[in-house]
Design a protein around this ligand. Structure first.
Ligand SMILES: Cc1cc2nc3c(=O)[nH]c(=O)nc-3n(C[C@H](O)[C@H](O)[C@H](O)COP(=O)(O)OP(=O)(O)OC[C@H]3O[C@@H](n4cnc5c(N)ncnc54)[C@H](O)[C@@H]3O)c2cc1C
Length: 261
């Protein structure tokens, strides 16, 4: 929204309660990259401030924060996430918790009932945790896996997840699930907005975030899907082709994900 507003000649003020934007998904360092990107492009970004009130006055809409900030604007966009509507599922006796709970085959707790997309909280076999994802790539692929299983298949939905966004003229992409990561390895230049950042947990590649490196995402996704544990020095080395890292994986780990694609 901020990027589009700037492109339309509007100066947006962004108020974020976390220390940096996207901190929950990307961590502090890459979140700082996003903050710098916004500020460098004319966004007035306030972090560490939670909105405490919004009211309409004769001068415009006034937003106040718990940190004492007061901003008056022509319009306010509230972008604080979405809550899955699970009323029908709950009333039907289907298990819900942050969405409709589904197993790796997209099955709910009731025989013959499946769920996919934003509303599904999926036991992801790759990350071994419940994951509810609000992106259309997941909604498409998970729905396909569910449909195949409804038709008698036995598809395990284990897509690593992927989304992209164009902001301030930069192409940003993210794949995987960085939850629990303990090491960040950067290939390229963050200062020049031309990099891929790898998130590893216990040496295993879990997620990647790219700026202007969409071409690397295919290999990163495959490495994540195969639970590869690449040498961090080689991940950081521009001279090492990421496809080579994929080819070097041991045979046993090369079972292609069933994905539901
Ligand atoms: C403003 C916005 C921007 C977005 N931008 C992106 C983006 O850039 N990239 C990206 O990957 N994703 C984006 N998304 C997310 C993406 O749109 C969703 O992930 C995707 O639409 C999810 O698909 P779905 O089929 O699970 O749910 P939905 O598309 O929400 O479809 C669910 C449908 O079920 C219907 N429904 C609900 N309850 C009932 C009922 N009881 N009976 C019958 N029908 C019912 C609803 O009316 C709705 O039509 C964006 C979402 C929003 C809101």
């Amino acid at each position: 929204m901020a990027s589009t507003a700037v492109a339309r000649g509007v100066t947006p003020v962004v108020i974020e309660q976390a220390a940096v934007p996207l901190e929950r998904v990307l961590g502090a360092e890459m979140g700082q990259f996003c903050a710098d990107l916004q500020r460098a492009n004319g966004v007035e970004l306030h972090t560490g401030q939670a909105v405490s009130s919004v009211r309409t006055t004769a001068d415009g809409v006034v937003v106040r924060t718990d940190g004492g900030l007061e901003v008056t604007g022509d319009a306010v966009v509230i972008a604080v996430g979405a809550q899955p509507n699970t009323d029908v599922a709950r009333a039907s006796g289907i298990s819900v918790s942050n969405g409709v709970l589904v197993d790796e085959h997209c099955r709910t707790s009731i025989e013959g009932v499946y769920a996919a997309g934003d509303v599904a909280n999926h036991r992801h076999p790759l990350y071994d945790r419940w994951l509810r994802v609000e992106h259309f790539d997941n909604a498409n692929k998970q729905a396909m896996a569910a449909a195949k299983n409804i038709l008698g298949g036995a598809v395990v939905y284990d897509d690593p997840h992927w989304f992209w966004s164009d902001q301030f003229g930069l192409n940003l992409q993210h794949c995987g699930d960085a939850h629990g990561w303990d090491r960040l390895v950067v290939r390229g230049s963050v200062a020049e907005s031309d990099f891929i950042a790898f998130y590893l947990a216990g040496g295993v590649l879990r997620a990647a975030f790219t700026a202007e490196r969409g071409g690397d995402v295919y290999a990163a996704k495959e490495l994540i899907a195969r639970q590869a544990a690449p040498d961090p020095r080689r991940l950081a080395d521009e001279d090492v082709d990421l496809m080579d890292l994929m080819d070097e994986l041991p045979e046993a780990a090369e079972a292609a994900p069933s994905g539901g694609n």
